[in-house]
Design a protein around this ligand. Sequence first.
Ligand code: ATP
Ligand code: MG
Length: 423
Amino acid sequence: MAKSIQAIRGMNDILPAQIAYWQHIEQQMKTLLDSYGYQEIRMPVLEKTELFKRSIGEVTDIVEKEMYTFADRNNESLTLRPEGTAGCVRAGVQRGLLNQVQKLWYQGPMFRYERPQKGRYRQFYQIGVETYGIASPDIDAELILLTARFWKKLGLQHLSLQLNSLGNTACRAVYRETLVAYFTQHQAQLDEDSQRRLHSNPLRILDSKNPDMQALIEAAPRLLDVLDEESRNHFEQLCQLLDRVGLSYEINPRLVRGLDYYNHTVFEWVTDQLGAQGTVCAGGRYDSLVAEIGGKATPAVGFAMGIERLVSLLEAQDNPGLPDNSPHAYLVMVGENTLSAGVKFAEQLRDALPDFRLQMHCGGGSFKSQFKKADKSGARFAFVLGEDEIAQQQVTVKYLRENQPQNTVKQTDTAYLQSLMSV
Ligand code: ATP
Ligand code: MG
C-alpha cells in the first residue's frame, strides 16, 4: 500500500458525525438574517495581498505573521483571505453596491497561519455580517441584538458581551500620543512585539496577550476617558438602546480588537467555557475603511463569528436541539427479483412524499445483514419487500425501535406512510 497523505496541520475535515451542528448553526443563522432583511454575498477566497495590507493594517498580527501569501504563476502576490470584511468592502466598491444602504452577510473558510490548538485553526469558518451607509448607533445596536437573539435561538448560555468605543480618528490621534508617552516611560517592561509597535501601532499593545504585560496594560490611560463629544454621544446612545431592551454588557476599556480598521463601537461575545479561545463573535464599526479601499466614504459596521467555537460550545452545553436527520425508514428487499420492485416502490414514495427520509438498501446481502444495516442507520422503521408483498403490491412496516406489531399495507397507501413521519 502506498503511504497515505495527511491533511495540512491546522486544517480539519468536518466529518458527518459533526456536520449536524454545522448545518444547524448555518440554517438558524440564515433564517435569522433573512428575517432582519440581510442579503447573502459570496466573495472569492483569494484576493490581492495589497487588499489585506491596506485594510487590516501592516502592523497587525494577521498581516505580519498569519497570512498565506504566495506568488501566482504570473508573479502576482495573492493571499488566502484571513477574514471577510476586506473582500466584502472590495466587492461592494468594485460592483457599485455601496451607493445605498446595504445589509450583507457571508460565510465560508478563512485562513491564518497560527499555532493550531483547540479553537484555533489554520483554516476556520466564519459567518460575517456587514452593513454599509448607516452612521448612527441604531445599526450598531441592531447587530448586537441580532447576535444576542442568535444565542437564544441556539439555546446557548454563558456568553457575555464586552463593549468599548475607540472613538473617532481625532480623539484616537490624541490618545495615541498619551499612550506612546505612557509606554515609553515603561519601555523596559515591553516585550519585543510591543517595542516594535510602540511607534508604528501603539494601540495594538493593549491587545497583547502576554501575561507579563497585563499589569502594565491594566494601568495604561484609557481611551474611554478621553472621548470627544461626538464619540461619547455615539457610545452613550448605543448603551442606552441596549439598556432599553435589557441586554446586559460589560464595558471593557482594553478591548481594541486585532485589526486596524475599527473606530467607535467595538464588541466581543466571550465565554469561559472554551478555555483560552473564548471569543466566539467579534466586530465593530469601521467608517474609514471603504474610502481606504478606494470607495466613496461610507460608514460601516459588522461582525464575524467563528463557527468551530460555536460548535464546541453547543457540544459543551449539551443542549443543541439539533434537528433529527436520521432516516424515517430503511428499505429491505428479500428474495428473488425483488430489487426492481424495490427501486420502483422507492421512486413512487419519493414522488408522493418528498420529505420522507427513505434509505434504500443497496449492495444485496442476506435478510439478516440488511436488517443490521437498517438498525445502524438510525431509522425508525424497516420497510420490507419480499416476494409475497410484491405479488400483492404491498409493503411490510416493522418498528425497529419499539415493541409494536408490524403492519402490511398497500404500497399506494400514502396517507399511512405519511403518518409514519410524525409518530
Ligand atoms: P483571537 O483573539 O481569538 O485570535 P481574532 O480577534 O483574531 O480572535 P477575528 O479576526 O475578530 O478574531 O475573528 C472573529 C472570530 O473568528 C473570532 O472571534 C473567532 O471566533 C474566530 N476565529 C478567529 N481566528 C480563528 C482561528 N484561527 N481559528 C478558529 N476561529 C477563529
Ligand atoms: Mg487572532
